[in-house]
Design a protein around this ligand. Structure first.
Ligand code: ZN
Length: 497
């Protein structure tokens, strides 16, 4: 058996993946409503074909052969990694009996529909039996997947390979001990910036122009992508040379679209920057959800909400939206950096965001390990929100029903968002050490120096390394929350005190 056969077969799967992504993009952006039913069938057929190919006897033969020690040791680094990723995926998919997985998929699809109604009515008891069913399946799945120390590790593996509950608990303990009192200090003793200057009426065409301008400055390749409008912004890659993003324009607030464009743009730069040599290979992917999120958060927060960036970008903003001419760039900078404990995760700021994740992670981990029941979820949620963010949750719609993830069976996903914030600060600290005068480069609009650094250190490798190894390779040390804490302390102390 030649490695070329293995690659040829995986290339066929990758083509279906690209087709699936194109169908998905269409369904979420441009599809006329009448097409919805039939298009779901098209997507379903593609998904089924990929599943069959990924679990076929041919795939089983590749996995068996290329993992024979004598064969495996002769592979080069890239071939071995591709074999490793395919093997992992194969074993994971094959671990679950197909009829059980199908029932789980149906439970999730029903769960999502009921969750939408339950959220609109703020009615947890309506959603409860559906969530119990989903959690029941996940508890069975972790036994099929297997785990060493903690059942939750088996779920983390899907989103953050090589991360364990033990690692997360350690990181969170250190972070929580410093972050909770810091947020209390900011809010009790600090001077919150005036955000009224951000209000106004902002027409869509001008906002779109601003989004394009910022993507261009970041080095996003419009010849290899496009930007469209959706309710929930996302990034989607469909093979090499096509990485699309979407954003969402609000007529009363231009910052929402701008920062979501920079966020999705950060994801897109990652995918556009993976080495062309990895085209059609399993490693033509990101290292993990958390590493992906670190790239988007870098552009959204560490660049987009930084003082140097607004030296460069404020005059451009004023050209497009002349109403800001009466505002100073400093007032604007402060206004976009309001931090305040709040109820809703997706509206929270970069200081308080991680606390929202801790609440979710601690609850998920306790549920999977049978320390709390689904029925006790709202109480557990509300207690933790009070303890960490100091706020009272008025109802479940603004509490544990706010996110879609649990209804879709995506337990284990949330920690990636927090890890993204932490990785971002650690990477950025290294970037500042390695790029001469990064702040003044950004202030002069030369954002591409950062993109080049990211490309060289992170993007081009795709999924060649596990996130843990990539982080050490780039920054010289394992994950450490102090980079995030130092960053928010320095930045927000200047704004608030
Ligand atoms: Zn993201």
């Amino acid at each position: 058996m030649e490695i070329k056969e293995f690659y040829d077969y995986n290339k066929e799967i990758a083509k279906f993946k690209a087709a699936y992504a194109l169908v998905e993009w269409d369904m979420r952006t441009k599809m006329p409503p009448k097409a919805a039913m039939d298009r779901s069938e098209v997507a379903g057929k593609l998904a089924r074909t990929m599943f069959d190919m990924e679990t076929s006897s041919k795939m089983a033969a590749f996995v068996e052969y290329f993992n024979r020690p004598k064969i495996n040791e002769k592979l080069n680094e890239i071939d071995r990694r591709n074999v490793y990723l395919v093997t992992k995926e194969y074993r994971r998919i094959s671990a679950i009996p197909p009829d059980k997985f199908e029932k789980f998929t149906i439970a999730c699809s029903n769960g999502e529909n009921v969750w939408q109604e339950a959220k609109a009515e703020s009615n947890f008891s309506k959603f409860k039996p559906y969530l119990e069913e989903i959690v029941g399946y996940l508890k069975e799945f972790v036994e099929y997947y297997g785990y060493e120390e903690n059942k939750y590790d088996a779920l983390l593996e899907d989103y953050e390979p090589s991360m364990t509950t033990k690692d997360l608990n350690k990181i969170i303990a250190g972070l929580k001990a410093e972050l909770v009192p810091f947020i209390k200090d900011l809010n009790s003793k600090g001077n919150a910036p005036d955000t009224s200057i951000l209000k106004g009426n902002f027409d869509k065409n001008s906002q779109e122009k601003l989004s394009r301008e910022v993507l261009d400055a970041m080095g996003y390749d419009f010849k290899g992508g496009r930007i469209d409008e959706t309710v929930h912004p996302f990034t989607i890659g469909m093979g090499f040379g096509d990485v699309r993003i979407t954003t969402n324009y609000h007529s009363d607030d231009m910052t929402s679209a701008l920062f979501s464009t920079m966020h999705e743009g950060g994801h897109a730069l990652y995918e556009q920057g993976v080495s062309e040599a990895y085209k059609w290979m399993p490693i033509h992917d990101g290292a993990s959800m958390g590493i992906h999120e670190s790239q988007s958060r870098t552009w959204e927060n560490l660049v987009g909400r930084s003082r140097p960036f607004w030296n460069f970008f404020f005059p451009k903003l004023c050209e497009i939206f002349p109403q800001f001419k009466n505002v100073s760039s400093d007032e604007f900078y402060k206004a976009i950096n309001l931090t305040k404990p709040s109820l809703i995760r997706i509206e929270s700021d970069e200081v308080t965001y991680n606390l929202h994740i801790m609440v979710r992670f601690e609850i998920e981990e306790a549920i999977i390990n049978d320390r709390i029941k689904v029925a006790d979820l709202p109480d557990a949620w509300n207690e933790k929100m009070k303890a960490y963010l100091g706020i009272d949750v008025p109802d479940d719609a603004h509490g544990m029903l706010q996110d879609v993830h649990w209804s879709g069976g995506q337990l284990g996903y949330f920690p990636s968002y927090m890890l993204g914030n932490l990785y971002a600060s650690q990477f950025f600290f290294t970037a500042k050490k390695e790029i001469p005068n990064l702040d003044s480069e950004i202030a002069n609009g030369n954002l591409k120096v950062l993109r080049e650094w990211q490309r060289e250190k992170i993007h081009k490798f795709g999924a060649l390394y596990d996130p843990k190894d990539l982080l050490i390779k780039v920054t010289g040390e394992p994950l450490n929350h102090k980079f995030f804490m130092n960053y928010v302390r320095e930045k927000f102390s200047k704004i608030y005190f």
